[in-house]
Design a binder for this molecule. Structure first.
Ligand code: ADP
Ligand code: MG
Ligand code: MG
Length: 915
């Protein structure tokens, strides 16, 4: 064994006596979540607030870590637990499992971050053959005692001893059937006593040992089982999904039992201090009479709405309402609560700041400001760009009556409608002929990529949030519902069958909701989100009758805008996108891709340019392209008048403008077979062969094109300059920035710059206007980042092309890897998230940081921006803020997200400065 001096990790070190592993509920508080877990910290907080919490103690996450690392509990733990157990027994006036009057406890998991349902809890620890009748006598209720005992054996058997839970369920069902009843409350004491016998037999048969009768042994085994539950597969998967670190460990709470199963004046429930779905204030929760904790959520009997508790037990209800108010005021946020009523006495068993929907998050944040509980800076931290993005998706019109035929995991939001297709080939074929399709598969794999791209949405019957379908769909921003298990997908006969027997054939219309996971038969009408209507300027958020969600969004956006330091620009290639982006708050264009202007009818001109044999031919082609480009730029400068527009010169490899090599070969071969001669096709084919590249991403593209195709960049620069001159003369305020892509060395940039400056000067002189056009470059190659200090000599600005920079830093091409091995990497935890989604701070990010610093060292006024998709990703925006860039640029729909997150980043760093 390796020697180590750290008392936290060496179970045998005598120094470990200095570490405290067990805290009484009275000793903790809510700031100790690292050590006591969320549940333990909040139990302590409630205890100290004077709320009725059953006494108990918490074993720390540190103890768990020692156990997980060494395989044994820290040596000091046993004695410390004994000490706290003694104290608890003295306080309660009875001993754990004492025969005539047993103290019973629950042993509950509770990590720093809530992992609902992922780990284990065992109730009624301390009951045994010896103490069950003592419990019955004390409670004056035979049935209750046997019910508690059977619950213990069931939970303990399953979670601690690893017995298949089904076996207990079946035995319980058998007992109910034998008695002719449907719910467990109709089993009497004798039935339950019989069931205990059965359960003990099951334990003995399945584990080869008897159910442990020693109360302390029960407790110790349960504690260990909770430690172990940190590392179950489902817990690991959940943590990866939620990006919770794997080494935190869980705390264990030992809490004296209170009983909701003592008859009709007892019960158990859950409550929220406001509606987690809408954020509205009111009474929200469920209550179940004569039941123990798990029964509420397990859905074995019908719960009643919490409001009904007022009729059932007014005193407890009133007390609960008061406690909820105390908690909200104390936590200054929505809280969720578990409680139990034992013979008319209310007990608090758990609270935490509750999860909520995106809409509720915005409403609650502003409500709390209005109540004076938090300020606006804090309110901004209570919402996220991800939530805002969710609110912007179009929604299904829920007033329309539509038939739900299934439900899966909401893997990628959106509302998609289309004809059902069951294979990618059909998806592509139908979508080419203008049909909207939903691709339905059991699971997707890399072969389905084309179909996924062609489809409006993707539906699978297998797989979870990290399945191939989910990961790829999220990457593409495509609606996806996965793991809809009740749907029987039969790809061979091209149909799917729902649980009620409805058959959906190929071509039938289905609708899927990626925000709720619901699947509908037929077409559900779609309505635009009110939040988008607001950003579009179609609704007035300050009007008295404005939707309260829109009001909340407006308030928080305004505050974010007042705080942020990063400007937000858009990626847009045409006037329409530019205008929308501007409505959404864009402060300019960060990336206009000129290649999109070369497609469609203009493709022919590009072909002519590529095929040109002589300077004259080439110039002729360029002369025809220039006015077209110029017209595009005039529109764009007009739409963004007064704001910067960064135009990137031609970037992609030329073969992208030529016909597909296979199609063309076939055409030429067929023509030859018919003894026809198509001179142009033959020349094209030659060109295609010549331009064919093994790795086009690393081939002849970007600035390299500009340097080898004479006149190409000059034509583009001239078009930009002429457009700017024309706008100026017309009284406009064009602010063009010319951006050279894929520069690896300053020499490339120098040549292009010199040529461009000449062209601009010519245009300015001819037009008689002054043209201040900025010339800068993208930083998207590692070499550019590494020599940024030199490159800045020739650049007025840098724009980090983080998509290509990610590809070139990692050495993989996005198109090839996302569909092939990313799922595996995500599952293995090599990536917490795709580096194309959130910037890889350690690798790509560190190049951005150093290049920004080197560039500014050369040229202090160097403007710095980002035009990769990361510009619209919340976490990445925070990083760019921190690195000190001037702006991010993203697609029009991400602009509000970037604005919000830039504001949050600024408010957050201000907060930490003043701390
Ligand atoms: P989870 O984290 O899965 O909610 P908990 O540890 O909160 O697990 O416990 C599961 C259920 O048992 C909850 O409903 C809880 O309120 C209930 N419970 C836990 N401890 C006690 C106790 N000491 N007395 C009564 N009910 C309890
Ligand atoms: Mg709980
Ligand atoms: Mg690029």
């Amino acid at each position: 064994m390796p020697e180590t001096q750290d008392p936290h990790v060496n179970p045998n070190a005598s120094a470990s006596a200095a570490v405290k592993f067990v805290y009484d509920f009275t000793e903790g508080n809510r700031d100790l979540k690292d050590l006591l877990g969320g549940k333990g910290a909040n139990l302590a907080e409630m205890t100290n607030l004077g709320l009725p919490v059953p006494p108990g103690f918490t074993i720390t996450t540190e103890a768990c870590k020692v156990y997980l690392e060494s395989g044994a509990e820290p040596a000091a733990l046993r004695a410390e637990v004994s000490e706290h157990l003694d104290a608890l027994e003295r306080q309660m006036g009875k001993k754990l499992g004492q025969a005539d009057d047993p103290l019973l406890v629950s042993v509950r998991s509770g990590a720093k971050f809530s992992m609902p349902g992922m780990m284990d809890t065992v109730l009624n620890i301390g009951l045994s053959d010896a103490s069950v009748s003592g419990l019955a006598t004390q409670a004056g209720d035979e049935r209750f005692a046997w019910d508690s005992y059977r619950r213990l054996i069931q939970m303990f058997g399953k979670t601690v001893l690893g017995v298949d839970g089904e076996l207990f369920e079946e035995a319980l069902e058998d007992a109910k059937r034998a008695k002719g009843v449907v719910v467990d409350v109709d089993l009497d004491a004798a039935d339950l006593q019989g069931l205990v016998g059965h359960f003990k037999d099951i334990v003995a048969k399945e584990t080869g040992r008897d159910f442990p009768q020693d109360p302390r042994e029960q407790m110790d085994l349960a504690v260990r089982a909770v430690f172990d539950s940190w590392n179950t597969d489902r817990a690991k998967l959940y943590r990866r999904q939620e990006r919770i670190p794997g080494d935190l460990g869980t705390a264990v709470n030992v809490c004296s039992m209170v009983f909701g199963n003592l008859g009709p004046d007892s019960g158990t429930g859950v409550a929220f201090t406001r509606d987690p779905a809408s954020g509205h204030q009111g009474v929200y929760g469920d209550y179940l009479q004569n039941a123990q904790g798990e029964d509420v959520v397990a859905g074995i009997r019908n719960t009643v709405p919490l409001a009904d508790l007022e009729q059932i037990d007014k005193a407890s209800y009133d007390q609960l309402m008061q406690i909820m108010e105390t908690l909200e005021t104390h936590y200054k946020d929505l809280c969720d609560i578990e409680f139990t009523i034992e013979r008319g006495k209310l007990w608090m068993l758990q609270t935490r700041v509750g999860k909520r929907t995106a809409g509720a998050a915005f409403r609650i944040a502003t409500q709390l400001v209005d109540q004076g509980l938090i300020d606006e800076a804090e309110a901004l931290q209570r919402v996220t760009g991800g939530q805002l993005a969710q609110l912007m998706f179009p929604r299904f019109d829920l007033d329309a009556k539509s038939k739900t035929i299934g439900r899966g995991i909401a893997a990628s939001p959106g509302a998609a409608v289309g004809k059902a297709v069951f294979d990618s080939y059909t998806a592509v074929k139908w979508s080419r002929s203008g049909e909207k399709v939903i691709l339905i598969r059991r699971e997707t794999n890399p072969d389905d990529l084309n179909g996924m791209i062609a489809a409006e949405g993707i539906l699978t019957s297998r797989g979870g949030k990290t399945s191939h379908a989910a990961v790829v769909a999220r990457g593409m921003g495509k609606t996806c519902v996965c793991g809809a298990e009740e749907l029987e997908v039969d790809t061979k006969s091209r149909r799917m069958t729902t649980s009620d027997g409805t058959v959906v054939e190929e071509g039938d219309v289905v609708s899927i909701d990626g925000s709720t996971g619901k699947v509908y038969a037929g077409e559900v009408p779609v309505v635009p989100s009110p939040v988008v209507e607001y950003f579009e300027g179609n609704v007035d958020a300050t009007a008295a009758d404005a939707d309260d969600l829109v009001k909340s969004v407006h308030r928080l956006m305004s505050y974010a805008d007042s705080q942020r330091r990063l400007a937000v620009r858009t990626n847009a290639d045409n006037a329409e996108d530019a205008a929308r982006a501007r409505r959404f708050g864009a402060q300019g264009i960060g990336l206009c891709r000129t290649e999109h202007m070369f497609l469609g009818e203009r493709r022919e001109l590009v072909e002519r340019l590529i095929l040109a044999d002589t300077d004259a031919d080439r110039d002729a082609a360029l002369d025809q392209l220039r006015p077209l480009q110029k017209a595009d730029f005039i529109e764009l400068f007009e739409a963004m008048d007064g704001l910067p527009v960064t135009v990137r010169l031609l970037d992609p490899p030329l073969h992208e403008f030529l016909p597909d090599i296979t199609d063309l070969s076939v055409r030429v071969a067929l023509a030859e077979a018919r003894h026809e001669k198509h001179e142009n096709d033959l020349r094209l084919l030659q060109a295609v062969h010549k331009l064919h590249e093994q790795n086009p991403m690393l081939g002849l593209r970007g600035v390299r094109l500009g340097l080898v195709i004479p006149g190409l960049f000059a034509m583009q620069v001239r078009a930009i300059a002429e457009a700017a001159a024309e706008r100026s003369k017309a009284g406009g305020d064009p602010r063009a920035e010319i951006m050279i892509p894929l520069v690896g060395t300053v020499q490339e940039l120098e040549i292009v710059r010199e040529e461009s400056e000449k062209v601009i000067a010519e245009v300015a002189a001819a037009a008689g206007v002054q043209l201040d056009l900025a010339l800068g470059t993208m930083i998207e190659l590692p070499r550019a980042a590494l020599t940024a200090g030199q490159i800045a000599e020739s650049a007025d600005f840098f724009s980090f092309g983080t998509n290509d920079l990610t590809q070139t830093v990692w050495g993989f091409s996005r198109d090839d890897v996302e569909a092939s091995f990313f799922t595996a990497y995500l599952e293995k935890g090599i990536f917490g998230v795709s580096p194309f989604e959130t910037i890889d701070k350690d690798g790509v990010g560190s190049l951005v940081r150093s290049a920004a610093a080197a560039g500014r060292a050369t040229r202090p006024d160097l403007k710095l921006g980002v035009c990769g998709e990361h510009g619209g990703d919340p976490e990445s925006v925070h990083f760019f803020h921190e690195v000190g860039l001037d702006y991010v640029s993203c697609s029009p729909f991400r602009i509000p997200v970037a604005r919000l997150e830039a504001g949050r980043a600024a408010a957050e760093s201000q907060g930490s400065d003043s701390r």
